[in-house]
Design a protein around this ligand. Sequence first.
Ligand code: GTP
Ligand code: SPV
Ligand code: MN
Length: 584
Amino acid sequence: MAMVAPDLLAWITDVSKVTRPSRVVWCDGSKTEAKQIAAEMVKRQELIKLNKRVYKNCYLFRNRQDDVARLEDRTLICTKNKDDVGPTNNWMSIDQAKSMLNELFDGIMNGRTMYILPYIMGPLGSKYSEFGLEVTDSPLVVLTTGILTRMGKTALKTHKNGDKFVRGLHSIGNLDKQNRYIVHFPEEDLLMSVNTNYGGNASLSKKPHALRLASVQARRNGWLAEHMFISEIEDPNGKRVYIAGALSSGSGKTNLAMIKPPKIFKEWKVRTVGDDIAWLHNHEEGRMIGINPENGFFGVAYNTGIESNPNILNCIRSNTLFTNVGLTKEKTPWWEGLTSTVPKDVVDWTGKARLKTTCATVANRNSRYSTPLSQYKMKSVEYDNPDGVPISIIIFGGRRADLVPLVYEAYGWEHGILMGAMMRVETTAAIDTKMGSVRADPMAMVAFCGYNMADYFKHWVDFYKGLKQKPRIFFVNWFRKDEKGNYMWPGFSENFRIIKWMIDRLTNKVDAIATPIGYVPKLESLDLRGLKIKNKTIERLLYVNKSGWLEELKATNEFFAKFGDRIPKELWEEYHKLEKRLKD
Ligand code: GTP
Ligand code: SPV
Ligand code: MN
């Protein structure tokens, strides 16, 4: 490839000396290149080409069974001072990590091809965008990065010798789980990942760069790198409002970003700017501005269907890479929720014919599709705008079977930040751990904040303080369950009713009830036309259980205590105000 800056070449030379690949390929990001790499993988039986009549240029990849989710225990942040990463991250000293990794990477690409992926996170020509270079021996990562980022020749041209860039080194290794590591060196913009080939562990541009390293960068330079979707809501008069929402992994960001409003709201449009990551800046005029650093969706396939997310179904019919879904006789992908019955003779995500007796799922619960944003029909034209979009509403939320109401609103921005910091949610299949246990996940960032979370809270406070127009802050929970274990709220497209309530709150069109935890909707202020749900159920969904919340505060207190005296005073003040309201 012509015109590679000397600083990039120097790093590649260093890396090659250690990994000793047999072949080096600079990826240009073209369609031809992706097709050729896919064809080679098909030939080696690493990839399955799907039925091109119904899934044009689509493929299925099966990860090894113990490598299908993010591995948090082996996700390390290495800094000079241990305190800088805080109690929610795994720390290792830089020297220890490097000597361990140098040994693991020694000759690791022997007999393999080393692919070099220049990429940009963010729109081309945007002052908010960042350049990175991932080196990998995984053709899967090449294909994924090609879909999810702006990767290749164009990206490479934006880099000038001496400019800062993020360096990522990844190898599939031998997938040995005992030696699987995802390691971050934020002080030198370096990422190293080994013995894994799963999305969030191996595609270093995504969570490792765009969140863990970017969050550190963002703190330094006065912005925020967040685990948030961004969507554009257009009312019947054509007025647009942008919403950014942090919902924990596997808790509804993609679905909410792509929501199709119920029939009675057919004059409203929801369009997607991003579904997973948002970089938020304070614009000169004091508005919060957001960009989506990505260029595609890495969405959960399991449970995606006409009922839940009709908008995405067309998009994933072409140029899409599926991981860990089932395969039908007709060579089409299948997962629970795609159709109502299991197709006959379907092969499950591990590649085995599904036995009648088995109770396991056909698709893995964390099965995914990687699909280009550009071909998504309901994308916002602004997704590619170098200037980003103005954010008016921030949402926090996660999965909670009880306690947390369907929606509530902060009394003010400091209270809103406490709401985000107090967030505790049930874990999901996106993480390699037990599903369904409740843990602290402030702002949906516990696994993605690259530095001490107490400092992160302080940074949120400072950032908000600096905004002249402060987005209102809301909290949602679509996942309340009744005694029988059924979801009480229908969710998915019906969530639009809650979004609409938030938008009406901006213009004071609707009333709310002041409760100890914040404003909850008055029953009559929710537009529930056309929805079959009992008033009693809604009342239960909005009920504030004071004693339950006092327990919740205790858990928050324990969590905050882990940070010593580092939690900002603004949060403690809000904490005590909340406690007082609950006790009164
Ligand atoms: P990550 O990509 O892992 O960060 O997940 P996400 O936050 O984008 O979540 P996603 O929208 O993919 O949803 C995750 C799971 O939650 C899927 O199985 C969805 O079907 C389910 N889900 C999403 N929204 C709702 C909802 O409103 N109600 C219910 N019951 N389930 C939902
Ligand atoms: C998540 O776990 O939050 C994901 C999937 O979106 S991954 O990109 O693998 O992190
Ligand atoms: Mn998602």
